[in-house]
Design a protein around this ligand. Structure first.
Ligand code: GTP
Ligand code: MG
Length: 255
């Protein structure tokens, strides 16, 4: 018997979300432990980082700090993607082949989703990300079934007084995603060929996010397709200090 040297593919987390939400700011904070000025991203960026002190990786709960396995388990990669509408192919490419992806961090500007335009843009993007995960799950051919990929909706900019609290961010997004779902289904119907057969209804089913029927979309419906959606508030920058504890806790729970 011989032992193969296992390639060290670190668990990775994808940062996705609309432009200006704070993805690069969070990556920079995690990498340098200090906030820095960011500019809108035009290319993806991957960095190797350590889970900050004070958070314990799920897999290391029974290990003590200093144990090499403990230290190893704190390492992960953050993959930043540009949020601009024309640059989202970087994110969708990563989503299409999420081999080492342990989770997706969908960053939201909680002040921007208090307004209709920001809410709709965010909901459309999140809808598409969740639909991609659903298709990956339902289209999987392996008998073991695909790996579960959890999603953290990181409701950022809680320092702004116009920011919606996390539970309202969740509610508003669910409502807006219900609308996106409806209008996408209508778009499919309208663009379909006049002599529609079985294929059409199959297509419609595949493109429908979450449960069918008349009800509205709820994040909990994603459990069916191996995705747990969690919404947590935080702020990467802010007058009263940075607070991203709940996001690191979520990351720790996936490590
Ligand atoms: P793209 O690269 O265009 O996709 O955007 P992004 O999601 O990477 O946004 P980025 O991290 O560059 O942040 C956008 C702006 O929001 C920057 O000016 C940040 O300083 C600011 N910002 C980020 N996080 C916070 C926060 O928690 N509170 C406040 N008030 N501003 C923040
Ligand atoms: Mg950026």
């Amino acid at each position: 018997l011989y032992r193969k040297t296992t390639p060290t593919t670190l668990p990775s987390f994808l940062l996705i979300g609309p432009s200006g939400a704070g993805k690069t700011a969070f990556l920079t904070l995690t990498e340098r432990k200090a906030v820095a000025q960011t500019h809108t991203s035009t290319a993806p960026l991957a960095v190797e980082v350590l889970l900050p002190e004070g958070h314990t990786p799920q897999s290391s709960h029974y290990r003590s700090p200093g144990d090499p396995a403990y230290e190893r388990s704190r390492r992960f990669q953050l993959h930043d993607t540009p949020g601009h509408g024309k640059l989202r192919h970087f994110a969708t490419t990563q989503l299409a082949n999420p081999t080492s992806v342990r989770g997706i961090i969908f960053v939201v500007d909680a002040a921007s989703v208090a307004e209709e335009a920001g809410l709709n843009e965010t909901a459309e993007y999140l809808h598409d990300v969740l639909l991609a995960l659903q298709k990956r799950y339902t289209g999987a051919t392996s008998s073991k079934g695909p790996k579960e990929i959890p999603v953290l909706v990181a409701a950022n900019k809680m320092d702004l007084f116009t920011a919606l609290p996390p539970h309202l961010v969740a509610q508003q997004l669910e409502k807006a995603i219900s609308e996106v779902r409806k209008s996408r289904a209508k778009g499919l119907k309208d663009s379909g060929p006049a002599l529609g057969g079985e294929d059409d209804s199959l297509d419609e089913e595949r493109e429908w996010l979450g449960e069918g029927g008349e009800g509205s979309f709820e994040f909990a419906q994603m459990e069916e397709v191996g995705t747990t959606v969690t919404v947590q508030g935080g702020n990467v920058i802010g007058g009263d200090g940075v607070d991203v504890t709940s996001w690191y806790e979520w990351i720790a729970a996936q490590l």
